[in-house]
Design a protein. Structure first.
Length: 196
């Protein structure tokens, strides 16, 4: 079985089958990553754009790196651009990745998916990035640092602050009940919060 790095090398010289193999391997993880970052809004479009960029940029892939790290960096950059565009709120989506992953149709699965989305949405973007990569995509601290373009210590710090915030949210039972300042351990000015 060819490695991801071998396949992207083949994509760079026009091998359509290699692209299909990569797509089959990584379609679901990338879609789930995008879905968690956007709450489902525009996830299909962002996934399509991610794969389009992979095809267009295959010749620029550095073979000394891991393909998965490069792929997640592309998806993360698209998410960041998407957040800057501020899409309209309140858009409903019928499909729910969380529900599909934990048992379609069950009330408990639907509730768990909604809670996960709500909790992730309550985190600042920098903290959400670390949590999604580490816990939903099993990236190591080093891989997470490389994808995010920051030192490993920053990943640890962001994870620490994210876990403190998530614990406070879980104890409160409602993400909207958590103030952005004044809560024990969460007394962070907005500008400093975004830098974490």
């Amino acid at each position: 079985m060819a490695t991801d790095e071998d396949l992207i090398g083949a994509v760079a010289v026009g091998d359509a089958r290699a692209f299909e193999a990569l797509y089959r391997r990584w379609e679901r993880p990338i879609y789930q990553f995008l879905y968690r970052h956007t709450g489902g809004r525009d996830a299909d479009d962002l996934a399509q754009e991610t794969w389009s960029r992979v095809a267009r940029s295959a010749h620029r892939f550095d073979p000394s790196r891991r393909f998965s790290t490069w792929l997640f960096q592309i998806a993360l950059n698209l998410c960041r651009d998407w957040h800057r565009r501020a899409p309209p709120a309140g858009v409903e989506h019928a499909d729910d990745v969380e529900t599909a992953a934990t048992g379609a149709g069950s009330a408990a699965a639907t509730e768990a998916g909604l809670d996960t989305r709500r909790l992730l949405a309550a985190l600042p973007e920098a903290q959400r990035d670390v949590v999604v990569l580490r816990y939903f995509h099993d990236c190591s601290e080093d891989e997470t640092a490389e994808i995010l373009g920051c030192p490993r210590g920053t990943v640890k710090s962001r994870m620490h602050h994210a876990m403190a915030r998530l614990l406070a949210l879980a104890r409160a039972g409602d993400p909207s009940a958590i103030p952005t300042s004044g809560a024990a351990g969460l007394d962070v000015p907005p500008a400093a919060e975004r830098a974490r």
